[in-house]
Design a protein around this ligand. Structure first.
Ligand code: CMP
Ligand code: CMP
Length: 396
């Protein structure tokens, strides 16, 4: 203030400096001294811009804030849509640019098991999902899927494996071709560790043949077999490997890289797991399942719609599916008499699968309803059949 007094300017200007300029400049200079940027000018410009936005925000009425936030969300969704369209376009372009005759070897050690099989890949920034998304959007790289040369015989084997694997079975033909092109065959000897718990991972695997133990903290938590997928968690959630996976016998795997998985398979796989997880967690029959078991079940589910009065299973018929009611109601009848009524979260159709006998009752829809169905093989592998057998003593 001493210096100010000496200035030959009006009192009004002095007041303006004291009230308006000084607090702002002091704050900015303090921040600049604290951060010591190499070039203070852009730093200060950015600081002022941020300050302006923060101050304006404070002045906004709550409704206006809400409106702007909604507008922002809309814009973000628009960006995401454009981004996915770009990705789609680049996939198409890549496919068109790489007809099969001109396939490039992505890796010249194609016929041998890679030396780094199951080991973490050289470090790549994988700090968080948002960092990954930012990187993708901001920098580079339209996704160009790897194309690994295969014989027709290999392609046929791979196609058969993928079309019977829940995670890949519903891919569009074009996407399926890209995945087939990108996958790499890996021959595995008995007792080989394909994945090590705690390591970083950049591949998932689909089993063509062989049995593989998933071992978590020295306990075998699951044994995977033909058409099963493992190694997907590290890719879905950007986390270290949740279990060690070791071959129990000689086998054949197909390995898919993280980028192709992210671009083509991840979204649908994640959506399906998320869509059913909360529902399955509330189904009393499944209450003892852990999250991983529920995710496996979610992969195997099919949602089927039925109209009022429609018969879902018929007494005396051969049974191929087990059902859980997702929406609506149903009734079970035996020889015209109602023996059971069902609501959301209830199940039926287990007896024929457990006992290998014809359907013991007819189940009919009451109003329109949605059923989650599970095929016989998945039913036996993914559900605790003994629990169901115990519960079946309730039937008269
Ligand atoms: P990921 O974590 O990438 O690598 C180890 C894999 O083991 C994991 O993905 C799953 O595919 C598989 N796995 C099987 N059972 C389990 C389980 N109970 N918990 C976690 N992972 C499991
Ligand atoms: P499932 O025999 O596969 O197909 C018909 C289903 O009706 C049966 O399994 C049970 O889930 C269900 N159900 C309900 N009540 C009865 C009952 N009293 N006896 C047999 N099945 C019943």
């Amino acid at each position: 203030m001493e210096g100010l007094d000496a200035l030959k300017i009006s009192e009004e200007k002095k007041k303006y400096i004291v009230d308006n300029l000084n607090p702002l400049l002091e704050e900015m200079v303090a921040e600049c001294i604290h951060r010591m940027p190499d070039d203070p000018v852009p730093f200060m410009l950015e600081w002022l811009e941020d300050k302006k936005v923060t101050d304006e925000n404070k002045l906004l009425a709550p409704e206006e804030k809400e409106r702007l936030e909604a507008e922002n969300k809309g814009l973000e969704a628009e960006i995401a849509k454009v981004k996915s369209q770009l990705q789609e376009a680049s996939k198409m372009a890549a496919v068109q640019q790489q007809p099969e005759e001109e396939e490039e070897e992505e890796d010249d050690e194609d016929d041998e098991p890679p030396p780094d099989f199951g080991k973490p890949q050289p470090s790549r920034a994988r700090t968080s999902v948002s960092a990954e998304a930012y990187g993708e959007w901001n920098t580079k790289k339209t996704f160009v899927p790897p194309v690994i040369t295969k014989t027709d015989e290999q392609k046929d084997r791979l196609k058969a494996t993928l079309t019977n694997s829940f995670m890949f079975a519903n891919l569009e033909p074009n996407d399926l071709n890209i995945v087939i092109g990108a996958m790499k065959e890996v021959q595995v000897a008995v007792d080989s560790c394909v994945i090590n718990q705690g390591e970083q991972g950049d591949f998932l695997f689909v089993i063509e043949s062989g049995k593989f133990d998933c071992i978590k903290d020295d306990v075998v938590v699951k044994t995977c077999q033909t058409n099963d997928v493992f190694g997907e968690l590290a890719l879905l959630y950007n986390c270290p490997r949740a279990a060690t996976v070791k071959s129990k016998e000689q086998g054949v795997l197909w390995q898919l890289d993280r980028e192709t998985f992210n671009a083509i398979v991840k979204e649908a796989a994640q959506k399906k797991r998320q869509r059913y997880d909360a529902f399955l967690a509330k189904v009393p029959l499944l209450s003892s399942m852990d999250a991983y078991e529920r995710s496996q079940l979610a992969d195997a589910l099919r949602s089927e719609s039925f109209g009022d009065g429609q018969v879902i299973v018929s007494m005396g018929e051969n049974g191929q599916k087990f059902y859980i009611i997702e929406e609506g109601q149903a009734v079970a009848t035996k020889n015209g008499n109602q023996v059971m009524s069902y609501g959301v979260g209830d199940y039926f159709g287990e007896l024929a699968l457990i006992r290998n006998q014809p359907r013991a009752a007819t189940v009919t829809c009451k109003g329109s309803a949605k059923m989650l169905s599970i095929d016989k093989a998945s039913f036996h592998r993914l559900l605790k059949v003994n629990d169901l057998l115990e519960r079946s003593s309730k039937y008269s």
